[in-house]
Design a protein around this ligand. Structure first.
Ligand SMILES: Cc1cc2nc3c(=O)[nH]c(=O)nc-3n(C[C@H](O)[C@H](O)[C@H](O)COP(=O)(O)OP(=O)(O)OC[C@H]3O[C@@H](n4cnc5c(N)ncnc54)[C@H](O)[C@@H]3O)c2cc1C
Ligand SMILES: *[C@@H]1O[C@H](CO)[C@@H](O)[C@H](O)[C@H]1NC(C)=O
Ligand SMILES: *[C@@H]1O[C@H](CO)[C@@H](O)[C@H](O)[C@H]1NC(C)=O
Ligand SMILES: *[C@@H]1O[C@H](CO)[C@@H](O)[C@H](O)[C@H]1NC(C)=O
Ligand SMILES: *[C@@H]1O[C@H](CO)[C@@H](O)[C@H](O)[C@H]1NC(C)=O
Ligand SMILES: *[C@@H]1O[C@H](CO)[C@@H](O)[C@H](O)[C@H]1NC(C)=O
Ligand SMILES: *[C@@H]1O[C@H](CO)[C@@H](O)[C@H](O)[C@H]1NC(C)=O
Ligand SMILES: *[C@@H]1O[C@H](CO)[C@@H](O)[C@H](O)[C@H]1NC(C)=O
Ligand SMILES: *[C@@H]1O[C@H](CO)[C@@H](O)[C@H](O)[C@H]1NC(C)=O
Ligand SMILES: *[C@@H]1O[C@H](CO)[C@@H](O)[C@H](O)[C@H]1NC(C)=O
Ligand SMILES: *[C@@H]1O[C@H](CO)[C@@H](O)[C@H](O)[C@H]1NC(C)=O
Ligand SMILES: *[C@@H]1O[C@H](CO)[C@@H](O)[C@H](O)[C@H]1NC(C)=O
Ligand SMILES: *[C@@H]1O[C@H](CO)[C@@H](O)[C@H](O)[C@H]1NC(C)=O
Length: 584
């Protein structure tokens, strides 16, 4: 009998409010919180962490997805490619261009898309942030102002192999004391030396991110997600923080007042709509459902284009026609090259025995090729100033020091299916400052149906032109003599003799989104006639609700979007604290 006691204690502790992650709403110790955060994703967990620094503030996080605990494919950086389409994915389908569709991953797990993403760490350009300050009229969004929030987020850490990183990054522009682990690659591949040498030869190598070594949200050879960092062991036990999993939020509920619309309550279901529960927020609801989830929840709640909502039978509450509009993703064309090497991801993906061996090594020591993400190196480029496209199109980027085109270097075929014969290195151009805009609209009034997501890529001629230029430039770069004997030629039917119209056809039929959707609940100036949020991220025309996630960007940053999302969330936490006079 006595020996049973410790066992029982161990099993019960998590449900007694010690580890504050719950599976069932009946376990929740309260039905009212100061703040209810909708979505325990990249941004939501930052808010949960920063607000619960104040002991007398209570926070509940409602996350639709599953626990991230013990999921090896999330932890092992090189296994990230296996995650889309599994139990941690919402499994959306998007329209890419015209009527061509593709699957579209979003994290359905505590940590959200930070558990599924490619871990690339990029912040956007100074001009991107200064443009946010200009659009919103709030200098707090400027590049200088957000430095503080970059430092709060970033914890630059040694690479997994502890190699000497001198000459691979510039310590003066990094934070070493934040919460979220970031590191350089921790395993050296043949491809990296070839590519770095070729870029030095071409005169285009720039230390620390114009072109150069990749930096990823990885520490000790393991993925850093918002759940492992912001909800890490030193935070999750705070008695004022509760997290409920499997809680699909359907609506936010208000007082229905026309002159003082105030949201105070959140409706959710744990059984796909058979029964509904509500929880009240006495101070604020923080909507962090991501670019897709946030737009859908707002529209389901009657916030959006009044006519469109009425047509679906949803009672409109607040006319904000920008909800769901201006959706932006960054188009890519995957450009694989046949490489004379066996040191590729393709080999690891194809060989189960090898993968098991490497996993064993990773598990024992957190070293070996599995410590790195897919994308190892980057190039950042702009069209020449005299490009013919400028005769008809404006430059969509934030300014002359902001990239328009990015090259992503992957040590394998990337998302293109590898063949049995060849190994590949891919150098894929991606438009990071696209001009095209898509949308999210509701399909039905059922909150459990997926919305209609139209990426509408390449609807602007600028994006097509820039992708073509990107392909041409990559092709030229890969002919550098440094690659002789290593690169054997393109793995796609495009080369320097292919006429422009055929290249364009190829781009249209193969381009994909890059999972960077942003912009569907944009912040704008307080008096703007468009936008969804004021510069302090509060919903225009209502009280009690703020949006904090990648949907808030009025223009997509010229970057992979996770670090910008963390930066926004860190500042948002301070904005919330200021509103409620909360100090640590
Ligand atoms: C496959 C993939 C690869 C990517 N690669 C990179 C990369 O390498 N580098 C980079 O910088 N960015 C990358 N991104 C993009 C980046 O991860 C996202 O921009 C960022 O994580 C968005 O954060 P978020 O807080 O807006 O949304 P999320 O992190 O997606 O969080 C939203 C959360 O809300 C929850 N939620 C949604 N709806 C509801 C609801 N109705 N009820 C309750 N909960 C709900 C979701 O389950 C999720 O946990 C990638 C994304 C994906 C999916
Ligand atoms: C996504 O698809 C996978 C595989 O079919 C499934 O296990 C998972 O439950 C789906 N995700 C959701 C949110 O339904
Ligand atoms: C998609 O559009 C193309 C071109 O407009 C058309 O030829 C094709 O039939 C359409 N396919 C489907 C499935 O609608
Ligand atoms: C790392 O390399 C740099 C440049 O080669 C060198 O100056 C430095 O001493 C090295 N540091 C260590 C710890 O070996
Ligand atoms: C607001 O209106 C909705 C829809 O008509 C209704 O379900 C809800 O009870 C109302 N809430 C309040 C507080 O009046
Ligand atoms: C607005 O409504 C909220 C909630 O119904 C209430 O607490 C608040 O006092 C109201 N404010 C004004 C100015 O009427
Ligand atoms: C939640 O708020 C509503 C409206 O103000 C109120 O009727 C209800 O009693 C509250 N619920 C709890 C549990 O406080
Ligand atoms: C889209 O964003 C631009 C600013 O980039 C703005 O001028 C425009 O009004 C927005 N459109 C909608 C529908 O919100
Ligand atoms: C790659 O492996 C194959 C099969 O083992 C071998 O024939 C080939 O020579 C190797 N290629 C290189 C570049 O080492
Ligand atoms: C797979 O990897 C194992 C372990 O490294 C190796 O022995 C085997 O030859 C590889 N198989 C093939 C088909 O290359
Ligand atoms: C990792 O190592 C632990 C402890 O040695 C072991 O229990 C576990 O099964 C290993 N996991 C894998 C995937 O090898
Ligand atoms: C890194 O991972 C290894 C292998 O699991 C572990 O032994 C070590 O303690 C970890 N180091 C840190 C700093 O977390
Ligand atoms: C270029 O591509 C075309 C069409 O795929 C092919 O016929 C031609 O041989 C290629 N030229 C070179 C130099 O590779």
């Amino acid at each position: 009998m006595r020996s049973l006691l410790p066992w029982i204690t161990l099993c019960l502790l998590p449900t007694l409010g010690f580890g504050a992650i719950y599976e069932d709403a009946s376990q929740l110790p309260h039905n009212e919180y100061d703040f209810v955060v909708i979505g325990g994703g990249t941004a939501g967990n930052v808010i949960a962490n920063r607000l619960t620094e104040i002991p007398d503030v209570s926070v509940l996080v409602l996350e639709a997805g599953v626990s991230n605990e013990g999921i090896l494919t999330i932890e092992v950086p090189a296994f990230g490619y296996m995650l889309p389409g599994t139990q941690v994915d919402w499994n959306y389908t998007v329209t890419v261009i015209g009527n061509r569709t593709s699957p579209y991953a979003r994290g359905f797990v505590l940590g959200g898309s930070s558990c599924l993403n490619g871990m690339v760490y990029t912040r956007g350009s100074a001009e991107d942030w200064d443009r946010y300050a200009e659009i919103t009229g709030d200098q707090g969004w400027s590049w200088d102002s957000i430095q503080h929030y970059i430092r709060k987020n970033e914890r630059f850490s040694p690479p997994a192999d502890h190699h000497n990183t001198s000459g691979e990054f510039d310590p003066s522009v990094h934070g070493f004391h934040g919460i979220h682990g970031v590191s350089l690659n921790g395993f050296r591949h043949e491809m990296e030396d070839f590519a770095i040498n070729a870029s030095k030869e071409e005169g285009s190598f720039v230390l620390d991110y114009n072109a150069g070594w990749g930096q990823s949200t990885i520490a000790n050879g393991t993925r850093s997600s918002s759940s492992t960092t912001y909800l890490g062991p030193q935070f999750i036990n705070r008695p004022n923080l509760d997290v409920l999993l499997h809680a699909h939020v359907t609506r936010i509920i208000s007082n229905n007042s026309t002159d003082n619309l105030t949201f105070h309550s959140v409706e959710f279901s744990q059984d796909a709509g058979e029964s509904f529960l509500t929880v009240n927020a006495t101070k604020e609801i923080v909507l962090s459902g991501g670019t897709i989830g946030t737009a859908q929840i707002l529209m389901n709640s009657g916030v959006g284009d009044t006519d469109a909502l009425s047509q679906l039978g949803i009672e409109p509450l607040l006319h904000l026609p920008s909800v769901g509009q201006n959706l932006t993703d960054q188009p890519i064309v995957v450009y694989p090259f046949i490489a004379n090497t066996n040191d590729t991801d393709d080999i690891i993906h194809a060989n189960d025995t090898l993968r098991e061996e490497l996993l064993h090594q990773w598990n024992e020591t957190h070293t070996g090729p599995l410590v790195d993400p897919d994308i190892l190196l980057f190039g950042w480029f702009r069209l020449p100033d005299n490009s013919s496209i400028y005769e008809t199109q404006k430059d969509p980027s934030a300014g002359p020091n902001t990239a328009q085109i990015e090259w992503v270097f992957v040590n394998g075929a990337f998302v293109a299916p590898p063949d049995d014969v060849h190994n590949f290195i891919s150098v894929s151009p991606q438009i990071v400052s696209p001009a095209s805009r898509g949308s999210i609209t509701l399909n039905t009034s059922n909150p459990f149906d997926h919305p209609i997501i139209d990426l509408n890529l390449l609807s602007s001629d600028f994006d097509l032109f820039a992708l073509r230029q990107g392909l041409r430039d990559v092709e030229r770069f890969m002919k550098s003599p440094i690659f002789d004997g290593f690169i054997q030629g393109p793995g796609i039917p495009i080369n320097s003799t292919t006429p422009d119209d055929q290249v364009d056809d190829y781009i249209r039929s193969t381009t994909l989104g890059t999972f960077h959707v942003a912009g569907t609940a944009a912040m704008s100036a307080k008096d703007a006639d468009w936008g969804v949020l004021n510069p302090d991220l509060k919903l225009k025309g209502a009280e009690g609700i703020r949006v904090v996630d990648a949907s808030i960007f009025p223009v997509i940053p010229a970057a992979h979007t996770q670090a910008p999302t963390y930066i926004v969330a860190e500042r948002a936490a301070d904005l919330i604290k200021a509103t409620w006079n909360l100090a640590v």
